[in-house]
Design a protein around this ligand. Structure first.
Ligand SMILES: Cc1cc2nc3c(=O)[nH]c(=O)nc-3n(C[C@H](O)[C@H](O)[C@H](O)COP(=O)(O)OP(=O)(O)OC[C@H]3O[C@@H](n4cnc5c(N)ncnc54)[C@H](O)[C@@H]3O)c2cc1C
Length: 766
């Protein structure tokens, strides 16, 4: 290890000196020929250092040239030159004939020269990280280690596309571009995005607003927002607005850790008005002799001195404090701004701006940072003994990930434990729809011509004739949209393979391993089987280690990612006359069979035990006409899809089952508003099939299991990036805002991102 460190250091330092010299090279302004010669010399000098980053920069120059020539209709000239000459000569020739391209190339080169030392430092730090010891096996028993195995760069990241993908001759790329251009009825944009969930909207709003990219987002639903959409309903002349998903958000008004979604909203200059509140209600075993009501308060020591002391006793308090302290260092990643995220080799470069936080981050063992909370629940780092505290942590974890605490992301748990001390809850005025509206405005503002297209289901993500690059999408109605730079996929992981119709692209996407699409294969027994968290009506509390998942193949990883459970929804519009709304909480967690469930095999994660009840009119009465309210009760991730699979949604059997399965939801609502059934103006029951159908979430799933989060959104194609809650940091509003921001930055150079960060910092200081 010492040897690799020394070699790494010398290599890094030596290169730093070499590139340091380049960075002081002045941009000479002379005759066009002089400038071109100068440019060529500088490129050649850099070429000798052969850093990965260089090829990315050269690619950006090519892209500019291609685009420039495409728009000026001189593609054939460029193509001829390509066919006859070596790339550098072509660059030179292009620079001579197109003054704009020359200026752009000079600017790109200067950016590269300035950033090169940082890139080397980043590569160097990455190499340090690579040689860092993982959590040593003498600390973690092998069983626990296996249960907490997470996808790491070495096991599940597809190899760097640059090292595995054979370079396609630029002439072919150009010839292809030209052919693409000739299909005149096609719309051309910079980037296509599949899905207007929060991940897709954040990516699109960032690319449009901050980088002036022309983005087209295609969403199958008639409203944007995905899981987080809001929908209107009319009863007579009464108009209601219903949230369909998330309502629990923190860090949008507090000065401590700012929610990543709020960071994106600030960056794109869109304002959402927030209503802060400090607690939510807990109701255990409603309507039984064991009924228990308490409040979950946020604020310094409030949870500790309140419920933890009351129900867990002094021992639980001690354990809770120890856990907070031990896991505190895992929250460091959340200190880094979402807008500084980018995937891949250069991820560390923008983070160097926040050197002390980044250094702290890099000093953490990566498998703890990206792993589950198991080492803190079940040892070796800590073992929670208090039964009450274990149940509470499982309940908290379940609402984050759809899994118990020992299978929930450790970093997410650590952040929540800290935020409950330092943050408060925030609800957006106008409901969750106002967040979605703000993001849509972010996508469509300005002059780039970006747009969110609703009712536009995507059928395929298309590659070019030689399967070297993704060039756009085809909608289910047959319309084709071309993308100059590539495609971001916000649809869930399990949909990816279905979008790719070209077998060569499928194969390359899958690290050159053959991938049989279920539909095209004769022998279904050889296909990877889908996995769910629910087996025999229980959540699997440890991973099935016998599963032979090939983590080297992206598509198989996506296809077999474990699906957490699905949902039952009960949306209500109620007559509120005589109801003392002020005495109610805005949000409740109702544990139908108590926090611990009926027994140890039931627990907080048992089927439809935990029911969330959102009562948003308590905070924002404008969501419903005067004298009425809306209420949303749901069992998140605790309804097994298997119960519903293959049911005919039009059948009486289906309607009866919906009524039956909604009973625990009704009990939860009645524990808050006892005469709720008499107040009903509108009742809508949603099943896992509803969730699957409207949101295109396979199996109606809440999201993938923590152990299956992809480490980043990269694929074997630079022109295809994923931005959804299957990408680390996973499920949840702030998490997908980060995934969206990171995916967006895969389509801009480090220089562009760096200068945007400068601008945002200046704006913040004003
Ligand atoms: C009921 C519920 C409650 C939740 N509560 C909270 C909470 O309180 N706090 C919190 O932080 N998080 C919560 N979450 C989690 C959070 O809402 C999600 O993790 C997040 O919104 C997922 O966003 P996404 O962009 O990754 O995916 P999605 O929202 O699934 O977006 C993907 C989009 O892609 C579209 N799409 C798919 N296929 C196609 C296609 N072929 N063509 C076009 N479009 C397509 C879909 O229609 C969808 O709009 C909750 C989720 C649910 C469902």
């Amino acid at each position: 290890m010492f040897r690799s460190l020394t070699v790494g250091f010398l290599y890094g330092w030596g290169s730093l000196c070499v590139l340091g010299i380049y960075s002081v090279t002045a941009l000479t302004v002379g005759s066009q020929q002089q400038r071109v010669t100068n440019l060529r010399n500088r490129i050649e000098r850099i070429r000798t250092t052969q850093f990965n980053f260089l090829s990315q920069q050269l690619d950006s120059m090519w892209y500019y040239l291609q685009h420039d020539f495409e728009t000026t209709g001189q593609l054939s000239e460029l193509e001829d030159a390509m066919l006859q000459q070596a790339p550098l000569e072509v660059l030179e020739r292009m620079a001579l004939v197109r003054p704009n391209a020359l200026a752009a190339m000079e600017q790109q080169l200067q950016e590269f020269e300035q950033l090169a030392p940082l890139v080397i430092m980043s590569d160097f730090m990455t190499s340090l990280q690579d040689v860092k010891q993982p959590l040593s096996t003498n600390v973690m028993p092998s069983e626990t280690a296996a249960a907490t195995t997470t996808p790491s760069a070495s096991t599940s990241t597809p190899a760097n596309p640059r090292t595995t993908t054979k370079k396609v001759p630029s002439s072919l790329v150009l010839a292809n571009l030209r052919r693409e251009q000739q299909s005149s009825n096609e719309t051309v944009v910079d980037i296509c995005i599949v899905g207007a969930g929060l991940g897709g909207l954040c990516a699109g709003a960032i690319l449009n607003t901050l980088y002036k990219k022309q983005v087209a987002i295609f969403e199958s639903h008639y409203v944007a927002g995905g899981c987080a959409h809001a929908f209107p309903r009319q009863v007579g002349n009464l108009q209601f607005v219903m949230d369909s998903g998330p309502t629990i958000l923190t860090g949008c008004t507090s000065n401590s850790r700012v929610n990543a979604l709020q960071q994106v909203l600030q960056a794109i200059d869109q304002t959402v008005e927030w209503i802060p509140y400090q607690s939510w209600g807990m109701i255990e075993s409603p309507g039984t002799p064991n009924e228990l009501r308490w409040s979950v308060p946020l604020g310094k020591e409030k949870m500790i001195q309140g419920p933890i002391l009351q129900f867990g006793g002094a021992a639980a308090v001690q354990e809770y404090k120890a856990l907070q302290e031990l896991s505190k260092s895992l929250t460091v990643g959340a200190e880094l701004p979402a807008m500084a995220m980018r995937p891949g080799k250069t991820a560390l470069v923008p983070l160097l701006r926040y050197l002390s936080t980044t250094t702290k981050l890099l000093s953490q063992p990566m498998d703890l940072l990206t792993g589950t909370f198991a080492p803190y629940m079940d040892g070796p780092l800590f073992t929670v003994q208090s039964p009450w505290l274990r149940n509470w942590l499982d309940a908290l974890a379940f609402s984050l990930s759809g899994l118990p605490a020992n299978r929930t992301a450790a970093a997410a748990m650590a952040v929540v434990l800290q935020d409950m001390e330092t943050s408060q809850l925030d609800y957006p005025v106008g409901g969750m729809g106002s967040i979605v509206d703000a993001l849509v405005r972010g996508v469509e503002q300005g002059s780039a011509g970006s747009k969110v297209h609703l009712r536009s289901p995507v059928k395929s993500i298309d590659c070019n004739d030689i399967a070297s690059r993704f060039v756009g999408v085809t909608l289910e109605n047959g319309q084709r949209i071309r993308a100059r730079q590539g495609v971001i996929c916000n649809a869930p992981l399990w949909s990816l393979a279905e979008f790719i119709k070209d077998p060569r692209a499928l194969r390359k996407l899958n690290n050159n391993q053959i991938y049989n699409l279920p539909a095209s294969s004769e022998s279904s027994s050889t296909l990877p089987q889908r996995r769910t968290s629910w087996v025999n009506n229980r959540i699997v509390d440890h991973r099935d280690n016998t599963a032979t998942i090939d983590t080297e193949s992206l598509l198989q990883t996506c296809e077999t990612a474990e699906m957490t459970g699905s949902f039952m929804h009960l949306h209500l519009a109620l007559n509120a006359s005589g109801l003392d709304l002020a005495s109610l909480e805005a949000h409740y967690t109702v544990m139908d069979r108590g926090l611990g469930g009926h027994n140890a095999t039931d627990g907080p994660t048992g089927i439809l035990n935990m029911i969330a009840v959102s009562n948003p009119c308590r905070l924002d009465p404008t969501l419903a006409p005067q004298g009425t309210i809306v209420v949303h009760a749901y069992g998140a991730a605790n309804e097994p899809y298997e119960i519903w699979e293959d049911m005919d949604r039009k059948s009486t059997k289906y309607r009866i089952l919906k009524q039956k399965r909604a009973e625990p939801l009704w009990r939860a609502v009645e524990s808050i508003i006892p005469d709720a059934r008499e107040r009903v103006l509108l009742e809508l029951i949603g099943s896992p099939l509803t969730h699957e159908r409207f949101l295109r979430r396979p199996g109606g799933t809440y999201g993938s299991a923590t152990e299956d989060y992809l480490p980043n959104g990269l694929t074997n194609f630079e022109s295809l990036v994923l931005a959804n809650d299957g990408v680390f940091p996973g499920i949840g509003v702030p998490a997908v805002a980060i995934a969206g921001a990171s995916a967006a930055h895969a389509f801009v150079t480090i220089g562009e991102q760096w200068s945007v960060l400068n601008k945002l910092e200046r704006k913040q200081q004003r």
